[in-house]
Design a protein. Structure first.
Length: 311
């Protein structure tokens, strides 16, 4: 990989990792569902009037937008609001890799290798360790929301494959049209008018920075950069760089929010990162059967689903 592209890759993963503690800053002033609605509103407007709609059926845009905005990021924000440290959230969302691998087995008749099964075992052990160390019931529920979010992401990956979309920036812009209305409705149903009234009085510069970072850095710029890398290099070369996302997320959480990683939590994180590396990195005589699907809505069709095209 050329030096300039490696620099871009590190920058993209750093922004995605830092997006988790930056989101926590926004949640201090804005309701999690309302913050998600604002994020996708700005991701869609005014860009939808200037970016041509990708040539795919509207059902794919709606499905991905609702999954990406409502079933994934809204749940991530709720999980962080309920006590999950942002760095841990950045790590748990990586479980989408294993859910996507499961879709490959269920839908596309793929087979798990010994390396993959070992990775899944390590991941489950790390997850159980984190949950057992949970400081409270609310945080445990937050972990559950993060796992549902990771599962939702894996469904989004299947949608990306099925839609055969190539214009990913346009896809993200147009898909972002669909989450705001249901998110605003859910905000009103859950809390009435209070979050909207508080928005006018609590929308300080930190919240503004958080929102703009989520929209223009973590969504628009990173989608563009990741897709550029995937056009220039094989998926197997680019995908392992996603392991840097939770590293930056944990480091950012420690620096910006004062999060301290205890011994048991640290061991659990090492187990999960090891699990991802085991399932990710190509070993002698083996090729990875799956690529980590974090942020994989920005990539080309994954090889693991290639059997679908042959049907």
């Amino acid at each position: 990989m050329q030096k300039k592209h490696l620099t871009l890759a590190v920058l993209v993963t750093a922004i995605w990792g830092l997006n988790f503690p930056v989101t926590k800053l926004g949640l201090a002033a804005i309701d999690p569902l309302l913050l998600t609605a604002l994020r996708f509103t700005l991701a869609a407007l005014p860009w939808v009037f200037f970016v041509k709609r990708p040539p795919i059926a509207i059902k794919w845009l709606a499905a991905y937008g609702l999954i990406f905005g409502v079933a994934m990021w809204a749940l991530i924000n709720l999980g962080i609001e309920w006590g999950v440290p942002p760095g841990t959230a950045a790590l748990l969302i990586q479980f989408s890799a294993f859910f996507t691998m499961g879709w490959g087995v269920l839908l596309f008749r793929e087979h798990l290798s010994l390396r993959q099964m070992l990775g899944m075992g390590l991941a489950v052990l790390g997850l159980v360790s984190i949950i057992l160390a949970s400081p409270g019931h609310g945080t445990t529920l937050g972990y559950g929301l993060l796992l549902v979010s990771a599962f939702s992401w894996s469904v989004g990956n299947v949608i990306i494959k099925q839609s055969k979309v190539r214009e990913m920036f346009a896809f993200v812009v147009w898909a972002s049209v669909f989450p705001p209305i249901p998110l605003l409705a859910l905000t009103w149903l859950a809390h009435g008018t209070a979050p909207f009234a508080a928005l006018a009085t609590q929308f300080e510069w930190v919240a503004v920075f958080s929102l703009l970072f989520q929209v223009y850095a973590a969504t628009h710029f990173c989608y563009w950069g990741w897709n550029l890398l995937l056009r220039e290099y094989p998926v197997s070369t680019v995908a392992p760089l996603s392991l840097l996302i939770p590293v930056f997320g944990i480091a950012g959480s420690m620096l910006m929010l004062g999060h301290r990683v205890g011994f048991s939590e640290g061991v659990s994180m090492v187990l999960i990162l090891s699990a991802l590396a085991v399932g990710f990195v190509k070993g002698p005589g083996l090729s990875p059967r799956f690529q980590l699907p974090v942020w994989s809505g920005r990539r080309k069709s994954a090889r693991r689903f290639s059997s679908l095209d042959d049907r």
